[in-house]
Design a protein. Structure first.
Ligand SMILES: Cc1cc2nc3c(=O)[nH]c(=O)nc-3n(C[C@H](O)[C@H](O)[C@H](O)COP(=O)(O)OP(=O)(O)OC[C@H]3O[C@@H](n4cnc5c(N)ncnc54)[C@H](O)[C@@H]3O)c2cc1C
Length: 302
C-alpha cells in the first residue's frame, strides 16, 4: 500500500460540474491485496508463472471477480439530485446521504451555461444530440437562473414560516446538490465505471465517473485500472450476429465496407426491418473498429 499516494489523495476535493466534487475518504487494499486474495485460490505456483500485473490482467479478462471485492473505497461526493438518482441505482454500494429532513438543503444548484444545452438525440431516446445555438442557450440559462432563485426562495419562505424541513423540501429542484458517503468494493466500482464512463451515459454522470476513475482509482490501483481500461471499458462485445456480419464482409473482400456493403451483408433477421437498433449498434461497432469506410451513416442505419 502506497501511503504517500493515499495521504495526498485523502480529503482532496476533485471538482466536478459547477459545484460538485468527489473526494476519497478511505481506501482498503491495493493491487497487491487483490493479487494476494487470488493466490489463495491459485496457490503459490501462480507466483512462478505470472507476476502481479499479469495475474490481475488474467483475473479481469476472465471475469474472476471476487479478488477485486477484497479492496474497497469510501468517497464523499456532492452531486445534483438528478444525477444522484442514476448513481443510487448501483445497489451494491453502502450509502449515507445528507438529510434534508434533518438539515437545511444545500443552497447550491447545478446550472447550465448557454453553450451546454443539448438537443434530444434522434437516434437514442435516452441520449442527447448536439448543442443548441448559444443565443437560445442564453435564454434558457437566464430562465433557469430565475427559476432556481424562485424555488430557493419558496423553500426558505416555508422554513421561515415554520414548515417542517421534511415538508418544505418537497419542491426542491432536481438540480439541487446533495452530499453522500459512498462505499463500494472495487469489483462493483468497475461495473459502475464501465456503465457510467461509456460515451452513451449521461454527460453529467460521465464527469463524476471519469473523475473517480482517473483521479482516484488510477493512482491507487494502477494495474487494476489498466486492466479495466483494456478489458472492460475499452473492450467491444461482438454478438454472434455481429461476428456473422464481419465474417460475410471478409468473405466478400469487403472490409473496410461501405454502408451499402454493410446493408447487403447484415444479419438476415434485420433485413426486413426498416429500423433496427441492433443493426445500428453493429454498424457503430464496426465503424469504431475501422471496418466501415464512410463516416456518414446511411439513413437506414441511423
Ligand atoms: C443506459 C442505462 C439505462 C438505464 N435506464 C434505466 C431506466 O430507465 N430505469 C431504471 O429504473 N433504471 C435504469 N438503469 C439502471 C439499471 O437498470 C441498473 O439499475 C444500474 O445500471 C445498476 O446496475 P446493476 O444492477 O448491475 O448494479 P448494482 O445494483 O451495483 O448491482 C451489481 C450486480 O449485483 C447483482 N445484484 C444487485 N442487486 C441484486 C438483486 N436484488 N438481485 C439479484 N442480483 C443483484 C447483479 O448481478 C448486478 O448486476 C439504466 C442503466 C443504464 C446504464
Amino acid at each position: 500500500m502506497n501511503s504517500e499516494i493515499i495521504t495526498s489523495l485523502r480529503w482532496k476535493k476533485f471538482s466536478v460540474l459547477d459545484h460538485g466534487f468527489v473526494c476519497l475518504v478511505d481506501v482498503m487494499g491495493d493491487d497487491s491485496a487483490i493479487v494476494q486474495a487470488a493466490r489463495v485460490s491459485y496457490g503459490d505456483g501462480t507466483k512462478k508463472v505470472s507476476d502481479d500485473r499479469t495475474l490481475l490482467r488474467y483475473l479481469m479478462r476472465h471475469q474472476h471477480t471476487t479478488p477485486f471485492e477484497m479492496a474497497e473505497i469510501k468517497l464523499l461526493i456532492r452531486v445534483p439530485m438528478d444525477c444522484w438518482r442514476q448513481w443510487i441505482r448501483h445497489r451494491t454500494a453502502s450509502v449515507n446521504e445528507y438529510s434534508t429532513r434533518y438539515s437545511i438543503a444545500l443552497d447550491c444548484t447545478y446550472g447550465t451555461v448557454p453553450n451546454a444545452w443539448r438537443t434530444q438525440s434522434e437516434v437514442n431516446r435516452q441520449g442527447s444530440g448536439d448543442c443548441l445555438e448559444p443565443e437560445v442557450g442564453q435564454i434558457l440559462t437566464d430562465n433557469e437562473q430565475q427559476f432556481h432563485q424562485q424555488a430557493r426562495e419558496l423553500y426558505e419562505q416555508r422554513i421561515k414560516q415554520g414548515v417542517a424541513r421534511e415538508q418544505a423540501r418537497k419542491d426542491l429542484l432536481l438540480s439541487t446538490y446533495t452530499e453522500a458517503y459512498w462505499k463500494i468494493d472495487l469489483h462493483n466500482l468497475f461495473r459502475f465505471l464501465a456503465l457510467r464512463m461509456e460515451p452513451h451515459a449521461q454527460y453529467e454522470i460521465v464527469q463524476y465517473a471519469t473523475t473517480i476513475g482517473e483521479q482516484i482509482i488510477q493512482p491507487l490501483f494502477p494495474n487494476c485500472w489498466e486492466a479495466f481500461l483494456d478489458y472492460q471499458l475499452g473492450s467491444v462485445r461482438l454478438s454472434r450476429l455481429d461476428q456473422g456480419v464481419i465474417a460475410r464482409l471478409a468473405e466478400h473482400n469487403a472490409l473496410p465496407a461501405t454502408s451499402q456493403q454493410f446493408l447487403e451483408h447484415q444479419d438476415p433477421t434485420w433485413k426486413t426491418l426498416e429500423r433496427s437498433r441492433e443493426r445500428d449498434e453493429c454498424y457503430e461497432k464496426l465503424q469504431n473498429l475501422g471496418l466501415i469506410k464512410v463516416s456518414v451513416q446511411n439513413s437506414s442505419t441511423s
